[in-house]
Design a protein around this ligand. Structure first.
Ligand code: ACK
Length: 304
C-alpha cells in the first residue's frame, strides 16, 4: 500500500492485501456489525493486526457515514481517538482500515455480566479521564471543532492497557467560525445518550456531546445502563436516580458494588458530580469539556 489518496492524504491499501489479511472476510474474522457495515479482524503480511470496516452494498446512508468518517478521522490524532491506518476504495468495495484494539468496547466491560470481567475503580477512572481528553481534543481543535454526536459505551474501544479510544465518527459534524449550534430534521444517534434539545428539537452543539459524556460517566460508575428520558419508565432512569441520590447526599449508593474494594471515594464523588453537571436540561448550564477535564482531577470544585 504505497500510494496515497490524493484529497484525503490517507494511505491506500489494495483489495488483494485486505482480502488476504482477513481470510477473504471469513466469518471467523468477523468482529461484529458497525455503523455502516461489518468489521473484520485482519493481519497484514508484516504481522500488524488491523480492523477493517467494510461498507455494506447498497447502503446510501452508509456511504454518507463512510465518507464522513474518512473526512474527519483522517485529520485527527490523539491518544484517545482510534487511529486510522488507511482506506481501500475499489469499484465495488469501500473500506476503512484501523489499528486493531484487542480489548473490544467498553460496553462489554460495564454491562456484560456473563463475561465476568469487571473493571476496578482505577481502570474506570482512567477510562473516564481518557474519554474526556479525547472529547476535549475534538471540541477544541481550532481547524475543525468536531461534535461526535454518537458518544456511547459501544463506541469506546479499549487498547491493551485499557486506554479508551473514541471511535465511530460516521455521524460527526464540524463547526466552522463562530457557529456554535445547528439544527437537523433527521435526528440520529442513540436514545439514552441523546440530550433533550437534540432528541426533541434536533438542535446539536458541543453541549450535546457533553450530555452524552455525562451519561457515559454515570454508566461507568454505576455499571447500569441509562434507558433515556424518553423511556416509559424514565422516572426510574439512571439520570433521575442519580439526581435523587445526589440531592439526598447518598451519591455513593450509585456506585457499582463490584468496585467497592478498590474505591477512591473523592474521585468517585467528583465523577458523579461532573456527570450530573453534564446532564443538565439546559445546554448552557452544562460545562465545556475543558472545565470537565479540570474538575475531574481537582477537589476544590466539589460543592460543600
Ligand atoms: O464490542 P466489539 O468487540 O468492538 O464489537 C464491535 C464490532 O467491531 C463492531 O463495531 C469491534 N471493533 C470495531 N473497531 C475495532 C477495532 N479497531 N479493533 C477491534 N475491534 C473493533 C467492536
Amino acid at each position: 500500500h504505497q500510494s496515497h489518496s490524493e484529497d484525503l492524504d490517507l494511505p491506500l491499501f489494495d483489495l488483494a492485501t485486505i482480502v488476504n489479511a482477513t481470510n477473504n472476510f471469513s466469518e471467523d474474522n468477523k468482529l461484529g456489525e458497525g455503523g455502516f457495515g461489518a468489521v473484520y479482524k485482519g493481519v497484514l503480511r508484516n504481522g500488524q493486526e488491523i480492523a477493517v470496516k467494510r461498507l455494506s452494498e447498497n447502503s446510501r446512508q452508509g456511504q454518507v457515514e463512510f465518507k464522513n468518517e474518512v473526512v474527519y478521522i483522517a485529520k485527527l490524532q490523539h491518544r484517545n481517538l482510534i487511529k486510522i491506518l488507511g482506506c481501500c476504495m475499489e469499484v465495488d468495495e469501500m473500506m476503512l482500515i484501523y489499528e486493531f484494539l484487542p480489548n473490544r468496547s467498553l460496553d462489554c466491560f460495564i454491562f456484560d455480566e456473563e463475561k465476568g470481567v469487571s473493571l476496578d475503580w482505577r481502570e474506570r477512572f482512567t477510562i473516564i479521564n481518557g474519554i474526556a481528553s479525547g472529547l476535549l481534543y475534538l471540541h477544541r481543535d481550532s481547524r475543525l471543532r468536531i461534535i461526535h454526536r454518537d458518544l456511547k459505551a459501544e463506541n469506546i474501544l479499549l487498547d491493551n492497557e485499557m486506554n479508551p479510544k473514541i471511535s465511530d465518527f460516521g455521524l460527526a459534524r464540524s463547526f466552522g467560525g463562530n457557529e456554535s449550534e445547528a439544527n437537523t430534521k433527521r435526528v440520529v444517534g442513540t436514545y439514552g445518550y441523546m440530550s433533550p434539545e437534540y432528541a426533541i428539537h434536533g438542535l446539536y452543539s458541543i453541549k450535546s456531546d457533553v450530555f452524552s459524556f455525562g451519561v457515559l460517566v454515570l454508566e461507568i460508575v454505576s455499571g447500569k445502563r441509562n434507558r433515556g428520558f424518553s423511556h416509559p419508565d424514565s422516572h426510574l432512569s439512571l439520570l433521575g436516580y442519580a439526581w435523587t441520590l445526589f440531592r439526598d447526599g447518598q451519591s455513593m449508593e450509585l456506585v457499582d458494588p463490584s468496585i467497592a474494594s478498590t474505591l477512591n471515594s473523592m474521585e468517585v464523588l467528583r465523577s458523579i458530580h461532573v456527570s450530573l453537571l453534564c446532564v443538565q436540561q439546559n445546554p448552557r448550564d452544562r460545562p465545556e469539556m475543558s472545565s470537565v477535564v479540570t474538575m475531574l482531577v481537582s477537589d476544590s470544585t466539589l460543592p460543600h
